[in-house]
Design a protein around this ligand. Structure first.
Ligand code: PMP
Length: 315
């Protein structure tokens, strides 16, 4: 039985139910995060660590501010709660889902502003798109569903209701036999996957859409950009560039890969039936992927500042 943290206390997952009239269930104003803890192979006796926890909790807080809901817990309290819930479940490797929603147990209209509840749910998720995906790459579909523009959509925030198009695009891609969907904005620029940022390599240049595109500024994206800039020479990259990505640029890339807390660094080998590069994990992707796993598993000491060690389970 999974133990979760909810509104300040640990409890069984099964017992935690928002009411059927929860405002967020009806209208979608709520926020969430996805965080991962990894076992470390070096460092403090191989114990686990949460990757970039402060950055995830800051984004949760900012997502909440964007839709003017006040989280009833401080960043420090939520950080302690994440560690507590991992210890309670004896997890060293886990995916963590902090989520905040509004519910006062009464059916209310759009203008009501019910109290905010927060839960942190751990899960034993392995590779989100599968181990084979990490090694061999995935097949993507360019979806007809759009990533919303800045006029109607808060791209930088993880707001529950904003995931409708992503869910539908993902389901559509799976039904059509693909592994993942890529979404464009209304102007036709390719933005990102349904829960991942997108990178491509072409002619020795690493390219990803800029932060003011309709993308979630992913924490894995930032990690990969940092690693790529640090190791530009080793990667034989002429440049690391943030630039809007047209479909023709994407389809003629030498390498494409997706990044995300869940998807980690996943190569893309085919888009809409068109083979990308050699149709396998490319050389730049392979090096960045292994650097990423080195960082999260504590094998690159220079980035240990991104790791929050797990606290031992209470005896
Ligand atoms: N884009 C979207 C829409 C996402 O939901 C996610 C997952 N949080 C990402 C990109 C990747 O972000 P991160 O690397 O912070 O997990």
């Amino acid at each position: 039985m999974t133990t979760i943290w909810i509104d300040g206390a640990l409890g069984p997952l099964d017992a935690a139910r928002p009411s059927a009239v929860a405002h967020t269930l009806h209208y979608g104003v709520g926020v969430f995060e996805g965080v991962r803890a990894y076992a470390r192979e070096q460092g403090a006796d191989g114990e686990g660590a949460v990757f970039r926890l402060d950055d995830h909790l800051l984004r949760l807080d900012r997502s909440a501010r964007v839709c003017s809901i006040a989280l009833p817990f401080t960043q420090a309290e939520l950080k302690a709660a994440c560690l507590e819930v991992l210890a309670a479940n004896d997890f060293t490797e886990a995916y963590l889902r902090p989520v905040a929603w509004q519910d006062d147990g009464t059916l209310s209209g759009l203008g009501s502003d019910p109290p905010v509840h927060v839960a942190i749910i751990p899960s034993a998720w392995g590779a989100y798109l599968g181990d084979e995906a990490l090694a061999k790459g995935i097949r993507c579909k360019l979806s007809a569903f759009r990533r919303g523009g800045h006029g109607s959509f808060f791209a930088r925030a993880k707001i529950n209701g904003q995931y409708v198009a992503s869910v539908l695009a993902k389901r559509e891609a799976l039904r059509a036999g693909y592994d993942e969907a890529l979404m464009c904005d209304d102007a036709g620029f390719v933005c990102e996957g349904t829960g991942e940022n997108m990178f491509l390599v072409r002619d020795g240049v690493l390219i990803t859409p800029p932060e003011d595109a309709s993308i979630l500024p992913g924490i894995t994206r930032d990690t990969v950009l940092t690693l790529a800039r640090d190791a530009q020479e080793q990667l034989a990259l002429r440049e690391v560039r943030e630039q809007r990505v047209t479909r023709d640029l994407l389809l003629t890339a030498d390498e494409v890969f997706l990044t995300g807390t869940a998807a980690e660094v996943t190569p893309v080998r085919e888009i809409d039936g068109i083979t990308i590069g050699a149709g396998a994990r490319g050389p730049v992707t392979a090096v960045l992927q292994s650097m990423f796993f080195d960082v999260v598993r504590g094998r690159r000491a220079m980035h240990d500042g991104w790791l929050t060690p797990l606290s031992p389970a209470p005896q």
